[in-house]
Write a protein that binds this ligand. Structure first.
Ligand code: KG4
Ligand code: ZN
Length: 360
C-alpha cells in the first residue's frame, strides 16, 4: 500500500455501543478498519444489553487492535496519535475503549484525543470523498441519535458544530428496530426492513409524518419525532392480526420506511436551503438505508444541493470514523485531551473533542 508518510498515523477506537472498532488512518487515507460486533449476543433480547456489550468489548479489544495493525501493515510503535470515542454512548462500553486508548497513549507516549461519536460519523466521509465541505449540514441518523447539525468546523473550533434540531423521542434507527420487531424481523431491524421494503409498496398505508404540520414546523422546524409513527405501525399490525388477516410485511416495511425517509430528507433539504448551505452529509447507521440514500439524492438534485453519504460499511459504527476525526484534529493542531479524560455518556454534539476539564 502506498501511503503519504508525511501525514501522522492515527489509531481510532470505538466502543460506544455494540461494535468494537479499531481503525488506522493517515490523513484522509484509510489503512485498516477492524470491527468485532457483539450484535448476535443481544439479538435474543431485542436490543443492546449494556453489560453484555461491555464484556464483549473487553474480550475483543486486543484481538481487534492486532487485526487492525496486521491489516494496515503497521506496528503499534508507528502510531503517532490515539483517538477514542469518549461519548455519547453506553458508559460501561465507552469506558473499555477509553481505558484501552489511555493505556496505548501512555505506553506509546503519544497524544490522546477523546472524540465525539457523532462528529466522528460526519468526519468518516473524508475517507471516501476527501476534505469535508465546511460549512455543511449533517443529517446524523443512528440507533441512538437523529440530529440535524450545522458543521462550520468539524474539530469544534471557530463556528464549530451547531445543533439545528434532533429527535424529541425515538431515534430513527430505534424506530426501525422496534418496527422490525413488530413485523417479526430479527434485531437489529434496520437492514431487514430495508431488504423487505424493496418488494413492498411504499404507498400501501400512509403512515404519519411526525412534526411536519404547520404548528410543528413553527416550533420544531428541524426536529424529528418517530414515536407516533412506530405506534401507528404497531396499531395497524395489531388490528390486522385481530381480524385474522395476514400482515403484508413487505408493504408495511416499505410504507413505514417511506414515512421516515420522507421526513428526514424533507427537513434536511429545508435546513440546507434556509441556511444557504449547498452541501448535505448523511451519516450514522441509518444512512446505510437504500431508500434514504435514493430519496436524499433525488431531493438534493432538485434543490441544487451536493449530497455526500459514505459507503454503507462506513455508516455503521466503526473505528475508522474515530481515527478520521482524530487525524483531522491532529492536522488542524487541536490540543490533545487530558489523560484523566472521562467517558461522557451524554457528551453534547457541539463538543467534537474532549478538552481540559474545568475543576472547581
Ligand atoms: O450508527 P450505528 O451503527 O450505531 C449507533 O450509533 O446507534 O446505527 C445502528 C442503527 C440500528 O438502529 C440499525 O437498525 C440501523 O442503524 N441501520 C439501518 C440500516 N442499517 C443499519 N436502518 C435502516 N436501514 C439500514 N439499511
Ligand atoms: Zn453510531
Amino acid at each position: 500500500m502506498v501511503t503519504d508518510d508525511a501525514q501522522p498515523l492515527v489509531l481510532g477506537i470505538e466502543t460506544s455501543c455494540d461494535e468494537t472498532g479499531v481503525g488506522l488512518v493517515r490523513g484522509h487515507e484509510l489503512l485498516a478498519d477492524a470491527v468485532a460486533s457483539s450484535v448476535d449476543e443481544h439479538a435474543r433480547f431485542g436490543g443492546v444489553v449494556p453489560e453484555v456489550a461491555s464484556r464483549a468489548h473487553l474480550e475483543a479489544m486486543v484481538p481487534t487492535i492486532e487485526r487492525a495493525c496486521a491489516d494496515g501493515g503497521v506496528r503499534l510503535s508507528q502510531v503517532d496519535a490515539v483517538a477514542v470515542t469518549c461519548g455519547p454512548g453506553l458508559t460501561g462500553a465507552l469506558l473499555v475503549g477509553v481505558a484501552a486508548a489511555k493505556a496505548l497513549a501512555v505506553g506509546l507516549d503519544r497524544p490522546l484525543y477523546g472524540v465525539n461519536h457523532l462528529a466522528a460519523h460526519v468526519a468518516v466521509d473524508q475517507l471516501e470523498h476527501g476534505a469535508l465541505p465546511e460549512p455543511c449540514v449533517a443529517l446524523l441518523v443512528s440507533g441512538g441519535h437523529s440530529s440535524l447539525l450545522l458543521v462550520e468546523d468539524i474539530t469544534g473550533a471557530g463556528g464549530g458544530i451547531g445543533s439545528l434540531g434532533a429527535t424529541i423521542d425515538d431515534a430513527a434507527g430505534e424506530a426501525f428496530d422496534k418496527v422490525a420487531r413488530v413485523l417479526g424481523l430479527p434485531f437489529p431491524g434496520g437492514p431487514h426492513v430495508d431488504r423487505e421494503a424493496r418488494a413492498g409498496d411504499p404507498a400501501y398505508v400512509s403512515f404519519p409524518r411526525g412534526l411536519t404540520g404547520p404548528r410543528d414546523l413553527r416550533e420544531h422546524r428541524y426536529d424529528f419525532s418517530f414515536s407516533g409513527l412506530k405506534t401507528a405501525v404497531a396499531r395497524w399490525v395489531e388490528a390486522r392480526e385481530r381480524d385474522g388477516e395476514p400482515v403484508p410485511v413487505a408493504d408495511v416495511a416499505a410504507a413505514f420506511q417511506e414515512a421516515v425517509v420522507d421526513v428526514l430528507t424533507r427537513k434536511a433539504v429545508l435546513a440546507c436551503t434556509e441556511r444557504g448551505v449547498d452541501h448535505l452529509l448523511v451519516g450514522g447507521g441509518v444512512a446505510a438505508n437504500s431508500r434514504l440514500r435514493a430519496v436524499a439524492q433525488e431531493r438534493c438534485d432538485v434543490a441544487g444541493i451536493r449530497l455526500r453519504v459514505p459507503r454503507p460499511g462506513l455508516c455503521t459504527d466503526n473505528g475508522a470514523m474515530v481515527a478520521a476525526l482524530g487525524a483531522e484534529l491532529v492536522a488542524r493542531g487541536t490540543a490533545a485531551s487530558p489523560l484523566d479524560l472521562p467517558a461522557d455518556s451524554s457528551m453534547p454534539v457541539t463538543d467534537a473533542v474532549a478538552r481540559l476539564v474545568q475543576r472547581s
